[in-house]
Ligand binder design. Structure first.
Ligand SMILES: Cc1ncc(COP(=O)(O)O)c(C=O)c1O
Length: 404
């Protein structure tokens, strides 16, 4: 049966072959292209976005003795893992389900004592209120790290996501806006952080790039020679666990390597086209989803241009979420529930948490009600109909009050 993957970028055979022939100029070329898109004084490449974040936080903590880092209470588990890897304490802050952004009123009232940094949300490619977050960070002399791991190509008020605050991070992981079968970048816009990063970065990219990467590229390139293009999902690659969220502060810190840098450079040329296509699919889905009273549809704030990666929706009657998810999956749609728990409930994180921002009702609600719909290349009108029919069948006749 036809199965639609949850996420992924199709890699073209010529891109993969170019990556396999890459030389040592590839990383510099990628850094130059990235700082052209997102103005930065210096770009550092890593084997993953989490390594980029851990390096930035470690470098900053060598300039400043504060130990707390604020993160959205619902976010990718790699974010708190990187904070713990840097020897710092995770401070979850409440989010608003309808925007998936921080609850900025509460964040403004929170105690910022000992806060070294705050990480922006931008999940699913949806920009948070980055201007306001930057204002709060500046008011408390904390470093804002603009996390564009899921939002490369998005913008707010004409300025690129990843470019707010004094630092940003990107990811080229397999489920991101563009993929290089792994990799990440830290973007720095501050002289003292840059100096500290120059001394710290290599501690987070010391291991050689996994040997499986080149083999996977070769395999994918061969696959691409047979069919016009292949998804960069590479589920058999080392370190890749498909469909499972793992919390692992002791993640490996391999270098990005020439091949992945060259692949990212080539696919970056298609970023806007890829984002535009996903945006069009989201628009079609939204026309249907907006009519349903049984779901909440997180929306872009005014002035924001999202880089939709998947289309998140929140099922108001949470008791129906898992059933709907299963129905979509049975129908061949790679819908997912994303992160199984909010940050404060991640198994194993207890000793590294500061719960001053509790309670987290909004984040808990999102974790139990969210479904992320795929927006992948190759999705047909029939796939869109399957999605809308499945949702209408399960939720159509339900009348519910809104909680978000
Ligand atoms: C919001 C967010 N930040 C950071 C990361 C870390 O990126 P990576 O998977 O490349 O380590 C991810 C993805 O895992 C993410 O979704």
């Amino acid at each position: 049966m036809r199965k639609l993957p949850p996420v992924g970028t199709r890699l073209h055979g010529d891109e993969l072959w170019a990556a396999l022939r890459a030389d040592q100029t590839a990383p510099d070329e990628l850094c130059a292209k990235l700082s052209e898109r997102i103005p930065s004084e210096k770009v550092y490449l890593f084997g993953s976005g989490r390594a980029a974040l851990a390096a930035l936080l470690t470098a900053t903590s060598r300039l400043d003795s504060r130990k707390r880092v604020i993160v959205p209470a619902y976010t990718c588990w790699s974010v708190p893992a990187a904070i713990v890897r840097a020897g710092l304490i995770v401070v979850p802050a409440e989010i608003t389900p309808g925007t998936l952004d921080y609850d900025l009123e509460r964040l403004a009232r929170m105690d910022w004592k000992d806060v070294l940094a705050v990480v922006s949300p931008n999940l699913f490619g949806l920009p948070g209120d980055l201007t306001r977050l930057q204002g709060l960070a500046e008011a408390h002399d904390a470093l804002m790290i603009d996390d564009a791991a899921q939002a490369l190509g998005a913008s707010l008020r004409g300025y690129p996501v990843g470019g707010y605050g004094l630092a940003g991070i990107l990811s080229f992981g397999r489920g991101k806006n563009i993929t290089a079968l792994g990799g990440g970048a830290a973007l720095v816009r501050d002289e003292s952080i840059q100096k500290a990063m120059d001394e710290t970065a290599d501690e987070f990219r010391g291991e050689p790039a996994p040997p499986g990467i080149l083999a996977a590229m070769k395999g994918l390139a061969m696959g691409a020679a047979l069919s016009p293009s292949v998804y960069g999902l590479a589920s058999s690659m080392p370190g890749v666990v498909v469909g499972r969220t793992v919390y692992e502060p002791q993640f490996s810190t391999a270098a990005m390597g020439n091949a992945r840098a060259a692949l990212a450079s080539r696919v970056l040329e298609r970023l806007d086209a890829i984002n535009q296509r996903r945006g069009q699919l989201a628009e079609v889905l939204d026309r249907f989803l907006e009519q349903s009273k049984a779901i909440v549809l997180p929306k872009a704030r005014s002035g924001a241009v999202p880089a939709w990666l998947r289309r998140p929706l929140l099922v108001i009657d949470v008791s129906l979420r898992d059933e709907l998810l299963e129905a979509l999956q049975t129908a061949g749609i790679g819908a997912t529930a994303m992160y199984p728990q909010p940050v404060h409930k991640i198994p194993g994180i207890e000793g590294d948490l500061d719960l001053r921002g509790a309670p987290f009702d909004g984040a808990e609600r999102v974790a139990e009600s969210l479904i992320a719909l795929p927006l992948v290349e190759g999705m047909t009108k029939q796939d869109l109909e399957t999605i809308t029919r499945t949702i209408a069948k399960m939720l159509g006749r339900k009348r519910m009050s809104k909680w978000a």
